[in-house]
Design a protein around this ligand. Structure first.
Ligand SMILES: [Zn+2]
Length: 78
């Protein structure tokens, strides 16, 4: 696995689980170059976030979805 931040080499490491999920230690990956830490929960959240960005991007690029024009902000002068 390569580091998502610097593309460096990541190694398996063990971290203290502060969320108290039952396991005291959990395994994850640590970058040897920059120290970036990725554990399975972080990875899951990032993948979900990425999927959401891709979905929003696909919807906004689809010409069929142009029916929702940007809302104009109208202000009244006093
Ligand atoms: Zn790195």
């Amino acid at each position: 696995m390569n580091c998502p931040r610097c593309q460096g080499t990541m190694v398996t490491d063990y971290f203290l689980d502060m969320e108290d999920s039952g396991d005291v230690w959990m395994s994850g990956w640590r970058c040897l170059s920059c120290g970036e830490v990725v554990d399975p929960l972080i990875l899951k959240h990032r993948q979900a976030q990425q999927a959401q960005y891709e979905l929003v991007g696909a919807i906004s690029k689809n010409p069929a979805n142009k029916t929702h024009a940007p809302v104009a902000i109208l202000s009244r002068k006093p």
